[in-house]
Ligand binder design. Structure first.
Ligand SMILES: NC(=O)c1ccc[n+]([C@@H]2O[C@H](COP(=O)([O-])OP(=O)(O)OC[C@H]3O[C@@H](n4cnc5c(N)ncnc54)[C@H](OP(=O)(O)O)[C@@H]3O)[C@@H](O)[C@H]2O)c1
Length: 375
């Protein structure tokens, strides 16, 4: 059993810790180049450094391509004595599709490996570090750990729970409305925020909306321009309110569409959607079946784009892991104008769902905020 109790590199001078941090942050930036491509694998970056000089680097670009360490090591095997490898995630020790990366680092002659965070994959979980240490390689764990953990949250969540990581996104006015009193929401946020959302869509396995949003906005829900992946677009409509003439049903050739509905919804209405090439799934509990679909298809990340009805349901059952919020400098008013999260069943402050702020950024005229939902 691996000893997971490794210490941060506090045996080094503050200077060395600063040096380790800055090379690790470079590896983090590399890892992010694999965003949207790496899944279902985690994003990983690696940098090789000797005598304070950059030697090589790599990142993981998705299933079937080399791991970050292997990309960085290419052509340098055996010539790396005295080299430090900075890797955002513990190098693997299992064979996988390629040989173990920890062994490759040993074989290449790397003297020290600085690791951001442990691999949550039970096949690895400390074994990569053991392999390195047993081969006499010096190992430091936990450099820029929070930042490195943030790279792999969806992957780690799926490893731990078997469930997809669920993002929620909404744009709201400064007074907390996602549409005007007449239901008009185009556009609350500015061009920059909308471009950001399109990039987010391009890294998702699936995008989900409720029937109210399709009736109000008739969205396409595809990333524009196309991103690294083509998300499956999913509509939840229990009662059969949404016409099969909507943009989602009309655009199945551009990407798969799934309708999740209730078995009691009208038969002819379901047939109308099927005739457009939409996959119709019937279930009493729409959100539960959404998770089952994600699990059976190996999806890692889902984005719920609203509206308030579906997000209220999703928060009520604790489905949401991460929130992307855009606050526009507008006041919409109207007591009956909708807010972003319908009714999650919270009656007292004590039961408020707690969020942890991870990022805040000016985005054109808006503010973009990224939160994790506290468990
Ligand atoms: N600003 C933004 O970012 C943003 C984003 C999206 C939408 N909007 C706005 O929000 C408004 C629409 O909000 P909304 O609350 O009416 O619509 P919604 O959340 O898109 O849809 C609500 C419907 O979703 C279905 N639903 C909810 N929970 C469900 C569950 N657990 N299982 C299965 N189905 C479930 C129900 O369909 P049934 O009725 O069939 O039961 C419910 O009526 C529009 O004005 C739109 O413009 C704004």
């Amino acid at each position: 059993m691996a000893d997971l109790n490794y210490q941060k590199p506090n045996g080094f001078s503050p200077d060395q810790q600063g040096v380790d941090s800055s090379w690790m942050l470079h590896a983090v930036a590399l890892a992010k180049k694999g965003w949207g491509r790496a899944a279902p694998n985690p994003m990983v970056g690696a940098v090789l450094v000797r005598n304070s000089q950059w030697i090589s680097e790599g990142y993981h670009n998705g299933v079937g391509s080399s791991h970050a360490e292997k990309v960085a090591l290419k052509g340098l095997e055996g010539a790396l004595r005295g080299t430090t490898a900075y890797v955002t995630l513990e190098p693997c020790s299992h064979k996988g599709r390629t040989g173990p990366c920890a062994q490759a680092l040993v074989d290449a002659g790397v003297s020290r490996v600085v690791i951001g965070t442990l691999d949550p994959n039970p096949l690895v979980a400390g074994k990569g570090i053991d392999l390195l240490k047993n081969a006499g390689v010096e190992v430091s764990l936990g450099v820029e750990e929070e930042t490195c953990l943030d790279l792999i949250r969806p992957f780690a969540w799926r490893m731990k729970t078997g469930r997809p990581w669920v993002h929620a996104k909404w744009a709201m006015s400064a007074d907390g409305k996602i549409a005007s009193i007449s239901g008009d929401s185009r556009w609350i946020s500015g061009v920059e925020s909308r471009a950001w959302v399109h990039r987010l869509r391009g890294g998702m396995d699936a995008i989900v909306v409720g029937s109210g949003t399709v009736l109000a906005d008739d969205p396409m829900l595809n990333p524009r321009p196309w991103g690294n992946r083509t998300p499956v677009r999913i509509l939840l409509d229990r009662k059969g309110r949404t016409p099969s003439s909507c943009n989602l049903a009309q655009s199945v050739l551009e990407g798969q569409v799934i309708l999740i509905t209730n078995p009691k919804a009208p038969k002819h209405w379901k047939q109308g959607w099927r005739s457009k090439g939409v996959e119709v799934v019937e279930a009493e509990d729409g959100l539960n079946v959404l998770v089952e679909i994600a699990q059976s298809r190996g999806w890692t990340e889902i984005l719920i784009e609203g509206g308030g009805g579906i997000l209220g349901s999703a928060f009520a059952v604790g489905l949401v892991n991460e929130v992307h919020l855009f606050v526009a400098p507008k006041i919409l008013g109207g007591l009956a104008a909708p807010g972003p999260v319908g009714d999650p069943g919270i009656t007292k402050m004590l039961y408020a769902r707690m969020l942890r702020l991870m990022e805040g950024q000016i985005c054109g005229p808006d503010i973009r905020l990224r939160y994790l939902v506290e468990p």
